[in-house]
Ligand binder design. Structure first.
Ligand SMILES: Cc1cc2nc3c(=O)[nH]c(=O)nc-3n(C[C@H](O)[C@H](O)[C@H](O)COP(=O)(O)OP(=O)(O)OC[C@H]3O[C@@H](n4cnc5c(N)ncnc54)[C@H](O)[C@@H]3O)c2cc1C
Ligand SMILES: NC(=O)c1ccc[n+]([C@@H]2O[C@H](COP(=O)([O-])OP(=O)(O)OC[C@H]3O[C@@H](n4cnc5c(N)ncnc54)[C@H](O)[C@@H]3O)[C@@H](O)[C@H]2O)c1
Length: 508
């Protein structure tokens, strides 16, 4: 069986290589004609990137590495975008710090580590987070210098498809020209009607990452990634957290079985959920914020009280002030810029990547877009497989997935098998007394090809990449199961779940 899989994979690779080298030749011919055709006269840069987030700064570095003269325009005065400044990095810093505090308070004693007292020093915790951000933003500036990317600090606006007017952060103005312009302006918080975010008592994720006091009561609107991660941070530090979610489930995009267990674990951590519930009014006229909620389908209203309310009901593409209308760039109903497979907008020579285009709003997806986009511009073949972008919720336990959920596979009509392995039966998880969660693998019944992998355990965000690689190479569950995994590791749960998919697990 394993040999058969290897042979099948070799045949697939042979086919893919033939296809992609043909595609590369085709793309080179197309791209060089297109680039030459568009380069009229006084263009200074080969590539200008507007936005220095994970999509933009990675695109700029890759473009420079490919020998293209490149400028990146960023208005916030620091590189790294939402992710580094007010997103992925600060939230992970606070998730780690708050987890350490919570562990020290609730788990260290049973491991025989005792303290007289454990205290939170919130300014120090925030200081550690801020230090991580500034080190990393400076690091990207260093990478720009190393790769000879020109960095313009200011807000860019289209004058024409090859000219950007930049109001610089020091009060000046300059015009940057480019043969190819990449829009990488990211996303912004989606507000809710009738709720004004003041970033003090009614906060977005940005305010929730910088609170100066631990709220006694925190209400989170939206049980998505931001709500559950930031709810976890403040819950661990002592806030009473209630999550109000419009949908019938938390994280609606997650595999149903995993999502249900995840909710039970979060409830054990004292997070409260009000599902199928919507917020209808907010009153901030007194010291306590009053939130009126009712069932999503209408019905009896309840008034909730909180010190702080976090609005985390999604994000929207950000293109404000960019002058898209000046050059006729189209956007869809929710403000995203539609692009083709080469990231080209409806205007020749103008491309878009990252959160501002359709697809998952994730930093690593934006980076993949950026690399593929400039590869196309340079006449190479870029590629992003959106069906194989991993997603991770960095709570404790972490929940990570790649590929399809069981619901999606069922809906596609493909016959499938499921293999599961609980972390309770994994020796490493038991040895460290951190055994909440499971690994679930879904594979096509006929071929055993892995279609989706869902992992809930500590470090699931690291474990998921074995599964991402498996999906990328069209591996079968047997391929994973017959790969030797070191003992004792949490990764052995992936191997056991794979064994359970095509045959039987050993340790359960
Ligand atoms: C709290 C939070 C936590 C998150 N955690 C994760 C996580 O753990 N993992 C993950 O994968 N994703 C996470 N995300 C999502 C991630 O941050 C985004 O998907 C990612 O930043 C998108 O990258 P981008 O380059 O498309 O846009 P952005 O990072 O938004 O960058 C766009 C940049 O463009 C600049 N800009 C906008 N307009 C102009 C203009 N006219 N001129 C010049 N500059 C301009 C902006 O200032 C910004 O810096 C998180 C988001 C939030 C809010
Ligand atoms: N770990 C990560 O990768 C990570 C972390 C944070 C953010 N992000 C990204 O940032 C983006 C924004 O995150 P998010 O959590 O704000 O969005 P989200 O889309 O993940 O979740 C929003 C939630 O709010 C609910 N909702 C929408 N309107 C509502 C309303 N009126 N009342 C109550 N609930 C409502 C939705 O049903 C959904 O469950 C996401 O696309 C996510 O991919 C990723």
């Amino acid at each position: 069986m394993a040999m058969a899989n290897l042979a099948r994979r070799k045949a697939i690779n042979l086919f893919n290589n033939t296809v992609s080298s043909d595609a590369a030749r085709y793309s080179f011919a197309l791209s060089s004609t297109f680039t030459r055709g568009f380069a009229s006269g006084s263009d200074e840069n080969d590539v200008v990137v507007i936005g220095g987030g994970p999509g933009g700064y990675v695109a700029a570095i890759k473009a420079a590495q490919l020998g293209l003269k490149t400028t990146c325009i960023e208005k916030r005065g620091a590189l790294g975008g939402t992710c580094l400044n007010v997103g992925c990095i600060p939230s992970k810093a606070l998730l780690h710090s708050s987890h350490m505090y919570h562990e020290a308070k609730t788990s260290f004693a049973k491991h025989g580590v005792k303290f007289d007292n454990v205290e939170i020093d919130l300014p120090a915790m925030m200081g550690q987070k801020d230090k991580a951000i500034s080190n990393l933003t400076k690091g990207i500036e260093g990478l720009f210098k190393k790769n000879k990317v020109t960095y313009v600090k200011g807000s860019g606006k289209f004058l024409s498809p090859s000219e950007i007017s930049v109001d610089t952060i020091d009060g000046g103005n300059t015009v940057v020209k480019g043969k190819n312009i990449i829009i990488a302006t990211g996303s912004d918080v989606k507000g809710l009607p009738g709720i004004t975010i003041d970033e003090k008592r009614i906060v977005s994720s940005t305010g929730a990452l910088a609170l100066t006091e631990i709220p006694k009561k925190l209400i989170v609107i939206g049980a998505g990634y931001i709500g559950l991660e930031m709810g976890s941070v403040w819950g661990r530090l002592g806030s009473e957290v209630t999550v109000v979610e419009f949908a019938p489930d938390i994280v609606p995009s997650m595999d149903g079985e995993i999502r249900k267990q995840f909710q039970r674990i979060l409830e054990k951590q004292k997070m409260k959920f009000m599902l199928k519930t919507k917020v209808v009014a907010v009153d901030t006229s007194t010291d306590i914020v009053k939130l009126t909620v009712e069932p999503s389908s209408g019905g009896e209203q309840t008034v909730l009280e909180a010190d702080v309310v976090l609005v985390s009901a999604g994000r929207i593409p950000f293109t404000s002030g960019l002058g898209l209308e000046t050059i006729g760039i189209e956007t869809d109903k929710i403000g995203r810029i539609p692009v083709d497979k080469r990231f080209t907008t409806n205007v020749k020579g103008v491309f878009a990547i990252g959160d501002v285009i359709p697809g998952p709003m994730l930093a690593h997806k934006a980076e993949e877009d950026g690399v593929a986009c400039v590869e196309f511009i340079a006449g190479k073949e870029g590629h992003v497989d959106y069906d194989k972008v991993p997603g991770v919720c960095y709570t404790h336990p972490e929940v990570a997935s790649v590929g399809k959920t069981e619901e999606q596979v069922k809906e596609s009509g493909v016959a499938y098998r499921v293999g599961k392995f609980p972390m309770l039966a994994n020796s490493r998880a038991k040895s460290i007394d951190d055994a909440d969660g499971l690994v679930k693998i879904i594979a096509e019944k006929e071929t055993d090809k892995v279609l989706g992998v869902h992992i809930m355990c500590s470090n699931a965000g690291e474990l998921i990449h074995e599964a991402a690689l498996a999906l990328s190479y069209d591996a079968s569950s047997e391929d994973i199961a017959r790969t030797c995994h070191a003992h004792p590791t949490l990764s052995e749960a992936v191997k056991e779940a794979a064994m359970a998919t095509y045959d039987k697990a050993i340790h359960i």
